[in-house]
Design a protein around this ligand. Structure first.
Ligand SMILES: Nc1ncnc2c1ncn2[C@@H]1O[C@H](COP(=O)(O)OP(=O)(O)OP(=O)(O)O)[C@@H](O)[C@H]1O
Ligand SMILES: [Mg+2]
Length: 481
């Protein structure tokens, strides 16, 4: 059926969907069952994907991720975390499948792109046995957690694979279309992975030997309630300086000033990713402009920011027409009026952290400046990229650079992903990145991150927490008997 449909339809590089040849007798648009997709072993039907993709995708806030409490979680809280995760993922995965299907067929049929497409179908079909009913027993929760581990593993190499695929298809798709697709896809991926990773982390910290250890006072799954930006900057500095030493034989220095002791609640993985990317850019510019005698300066500021309701928190998410792919706003007010809208982390003031990363790396030229937020735009190794670009056709240089970089995350530059993906991570929970270049002198980058309250209720009520802990230990012991 797949081959038959390929022969019947033609492909337009400008249209996003199939167009039927003028002479065809087939109706257009074709019946849903006649649409072609790359071959797949996944058992999930097209109708099911359509049904799920049409469902409203509910938002995800940092507060959602801590609402089940601090681990070790009792069974009831673990089940509630599993069901919460399950309530978010199917519609999101189905929506991504639809977005991939909406690419020109010649693109989604590319081996690399269709690998990603199949990964989504696979993950959705592994969820199917769970979302038809809710998870009610710990045995089901354990199986569900295995599915989450598989999901995180399956989608870990998405970025270089997709980049490679788009490079191979560059003749058939407009570069602006690639950037638009990647921006939506990678932003949506942040939320999907986070849901799965949070449940995995809560499960790991609540079962087995971990449940018998003294509870970690500052972590709720992947969230650090007392994250210190200064210490993350130091960790990232050490990594980026190593990379510079290998690539250039030079190690620029970095000073931190401002509120060096500030702390807030956020996701260390995300903050590390963003700061590493910003430091890579600053270090590279500093070295390439021969100004390594001037240290990179990171200034930290913490502003109290009162987040009172879930709706307020959501309104802060930068939701525009081009970024609302991750959740639909249907029923947002109704969703926010639910019971958990006054949950403890939202009642307390949450600091908003701003970091300014200042370098003397010569700034960004007027020619490059409009492009720096596009996926795949880079000024790194341009000669090599141009050569590989097959005569060069506009933005495809960046795609070649992506392929050249492959999955090597420890290169100083070259993917052209650092700024746009870093901004996507910052914006995901209501922060942002802005950049001010003084061409001929240097660059200031402002990273803002919005924290959540600190779950003071749990902190102030150790006895209540102790109760949960005892209950959990009891259940755990029961499980072992
Ligand atoms: N601090 C800076 N000083 C000078 N130029 C910069 C700075 N930050 C970014 N740029 C310019 O913006 C471009 C895009 O940056 P981005 O981080 O998105 O990609 P990249 O650094 O080229 O590759 P990578 O994906 O590895 O980060 C860079 O190639 C560089 O030309
Ligand atoms: Mg970069």
């Amino acid at each position: 059926m797949w081959k038959r449909t390929i022969q019947r339809c033609s492909f337009s590089t400008t249209a996003r969907r199939w167009t039927a040849p003028e002479t065809t007798q087939q109706p257009f648009p074709p019946d849903i069952n006649e649409w072609s997709h790359p071959p797949s072993n996944a058992s999930i039907s097209d109708e099911e994907v359509y049904r799920l993709a049409a469902k409203p995708r509910q938002p995800l806030t940092l507060a959602d991720l801590v609402k089940h409490g601090k681990p070790p979680l009792p069974d009831a809280a673990l089940l509630s975390s599993a069901n919460f995760t399950l309530s978010r993922l199917p519609a999101r995965l189905a929506h991504r499948i639809q977005a991939l299907r909406n690419l020109p067929f010649i693109v989604v049929a590319n081996p690399n792109v269709s690998k990603i497409y199949n990964n989504y179908l696979h993950s959705l079909s592994t969820l199917e046995p769970f979302y038809k009913k809710s998870i009610t027993t710990i045995e089901e929760e354990i199986k569900f957690t295995e599915v989450m581990a598989d999901l995180v593993r399956t989608h870990s190499n998405t970025i270089p694979t997709l980049a490679q695929g788009f490079l191979q298809c560059r003749k058939y798709i407009d570069p602006a279309e690639v950037t638009r697709f990647l921006d939506q896809h990678l932003r949506a991926r942040i939320g999907t992975r986070l849901c799965a990773e949070q449940h995995l982390a809560l499960h790991m910290a609540s079962t087995g030997d971990a449940a018998l250890q003294p509870p970690d006072p500052s972590h709720v799954g992947v969230i650090d309630l007392a994250l210190q930006p200064a210490s993350i900057v130091r960790q990232c500095e050490s990594f980026v300086a190593e990379v510079c030493e290998l690539k250039y034989g030079i190690r620029p220095s970095l000073v931190i000033n401002g509120e060096v002791d500030a702390e807030f609640a956020h996701i260390p993985m995300h903050v590390e990713y963003i700061i590493t990317e910003l430091l890579k850019n600053a270090f590279r510019a500093t070295i390439e402009s021969g100004n390594e005698q001037y240290p990179i300066e990171v200034t930290i500021a913490s502003a109290p920011d009162v987040t009172t309701t879930k709706l307020d928190a959501l309104k802060k998410l930068s939701v525009t027409e081009s970024t609302n792919h991750d959740f639909s706003q249907d029923g947002l007010e109704e969703y926010c009026s639910g019971d958990d809208s006054e949950m403890p982390p939202l009642k307390t003031a949450a600091p908003c952290i701003t970091l300014r990363i200042r370098d003397r790396g010569g700034g960004i030229s007027a020619e490059a400046l409009p492009n720096i937020w596009s996926y795949s735009f880079t000024t790194f190794n341009k000669e090599e990229a141009d050569e590989a670009a097959n005569g060069g056709n506009g933005n495809s240089e960046g795609l070649n650079a992506i392929a050249a970089s492959g999955s090597n995350q420890s290169s100083i530059a070259g993917l052209g992903y650092g700024l746009p993906l870093g901004r996507a991570y910052a914006e995901y929970f209501g922060g942002g990145i802005t950049l001010q270049s003084m061409y001929g002198w240097g660059t200031d980058v402002y990273l803002t991150l919005q924290g959540i309250g600190k779950m003071d209720d749990l902190r102030k009520r150790p006895s209540a927490f102790k109760e949960l802990e005892m209950e959990h230990r009891h259940e755990h012991k029961r499980g072992k008997d």
